[in-house]
Design a protein around this ligand. Structure first.
Ligand code: NAD
Ligand code: TYD
Length: 354
């Protein structure tokens, strides 16, 4: 069996559901259920005896020790993190606590567990750390895309905390021999993404008649990847990745934020004719330290592991919007409570000019 952390969040839940659908191996899912974790994301796994959920913190050493000893996973896949850049600007403390200290505690317990495994199991064990392209910093328009040897230059408290965890993972391999793998992926979109991130936030605002808040001039570029393609890449790295290596994962789909929002408005307009959603676009104050461009060179994972994204941006977006339209109850549940306070905090201060 494998242990997944953060498996009630956006990517983790999609990974767990794909995992259950594509094999026989059980999965133990450890998640703290922060504002971003939602058991509703795992509704499709309800009643599946191969899925076991435990509510808990990756920083809880005793809990980890017990879970590892009881379940004896052959691999750990670490998705658990605070993941939203804007929240890291308003309050970096939780990012340091989970992404740095939590990852350290997880690594320590995994190291102790792995060190005591019988030889064959120790050799085949894997610790896969899920990270982001944001650790590489910001690119200019003409710069080559990030590759695995690009120097780290994180610019936000979020990306700095993820960079710190990546460095710890690297050190645990180099120093202790822990069989680690690290993936650095570009921006994901797809079903079950919390509506604080660009695509689900714009969808939610569009259908509720609210302004579509574009930070700055809207020309910041991200390399968009459908979440199912990220999950298949992680499975490929877990399966066949070389121990101690890092793999960049991207969608070959660079788009400005304005392009993304226009595509979303057009696709939504086709699904619900009669409304011109672009009229809701509204430019707001920029994010402090806003990275201009991310782009991924995924040559390594493609040539070594034979992975390729299956979805284009258009096909992935169509699937995503269809899912959100069919799950208005999910949106209703996740946008109640704390969500409104976040929207007030993040967007009230951006009112006025771009
Ligand atoms: P998310 O915020 O949707 O989910 C994070 C999950 O981790 C939540 O379920 C939350 O409850 C859980 N969690 C948070 N702190 C925890 C703790 N201390 N202990 C246990 N669980 C905890 O994030 P996501 O978008 O699914 O991202 C998952 C991972 O992928 C993160 O590590 C993120 O850095 C990375 N990543 C995300 C993207 C993206 O576009 N979303 C791109 C590349 C990499
Ligand atoms: P986001 O989804 O927060 O991902 P990240 O910052 O990790 O790339 O944002 C994607 C891009 O969209 C980023 O350039 C910021 C921009 N953005 C907006 O213009 N308006 C918004 O309301 C949000 C949430 C993001």
């Amino acid at each position: 069996m494998i242990l997944v952390t953060g498996g009630a969040g956006f990517i983790g839940a999609n990974f767990v559901l794909d995992w259950l659908a594509s094999g026989d191996e059980p999965v133990l899912n450890l998640d703290k259920l922060t504002y971003a974790g939602n058991l509703g994301n795992l509704a499709d796994a309800a009643g599946n005896p191969r899925h076991q959920f435990v509510r808990g913190d990756i920083g809880d050493r005793e809990l980890l020790r017990r879970l590892l000893a009881e379940h004896r996973p052959r691999a750990v896949v670490n998705f658990a993190a605070e993941s939203h850049v804007d929240r890291s600007i308003h309050g970096p403390g939780d990012f340091i606590q989970t992404n740095v200290v939590g990852s350290f505690n997880l690594l320590e317990e995994v190291r102790a567990y792995w060190g005591a495994l019988p030889e064959g199991e120790r050799e085949s064990f894997r610790f896969l750390h899920v990270s982001t392209d944001e650790v590489y910093g910001s690119l200019g328009a003409a710069d080559p895309a990030f590759c695995e040897t690009t120097a780290y230059a994180p610019n936000s408290p979020y990306s700095a905390s993820k960079a710190a965890s990546d460095h710890l993972v690297r050190a645990y391999h180099h120093t202790y021999g822990l069989p680690t793998l690290t993936t650095n992926c570009s921006n994901n979109y797809g079903p079950r993404q919390f509506p604080e991130k660009l695509v689900p936030l714009m969808f939610h605002h569009a259908i509720t008649g609210k302004p579509l808040p574009i930070y700055g001039d809207g020309k910041n570029v991200r390399d968009w990847l459908y979440v199912g393609d990220h999950c298949s890449a992680i499975r490929a790295v877990l399966d066949r990745g070389r121990v101690g290596e890092t793999y960049n994962i991207g969608g070959k789909s660079e788009k400005t934020n304005l392009e993304v929002v226009h595509a979303l408005c057009a696709a939504l307009g086709e699904l619900r004719p009669g409304i011109d959603y672009t009229r809701q676009i509204s430019f707001v104050k920029d994010r402090p330290g806003h990275d201009r461009r991310y782009a991924i060179d995924s040559t390594k994972i493609e040539s070594e592991l034979g992975w390729r994204p299956r979805e284009s941006f258009d096909s992935g977006l169509a699937k995503t919007l269809a899912w959100y339209l069919a799950h208005e109850d999910w949106i209703g549940a996740v946008t109640s409570g704390e969500y409104q306070q976040w929207v007030d905090l993040n967007y009230a201060s951006r009112k006025g000019a771009a």
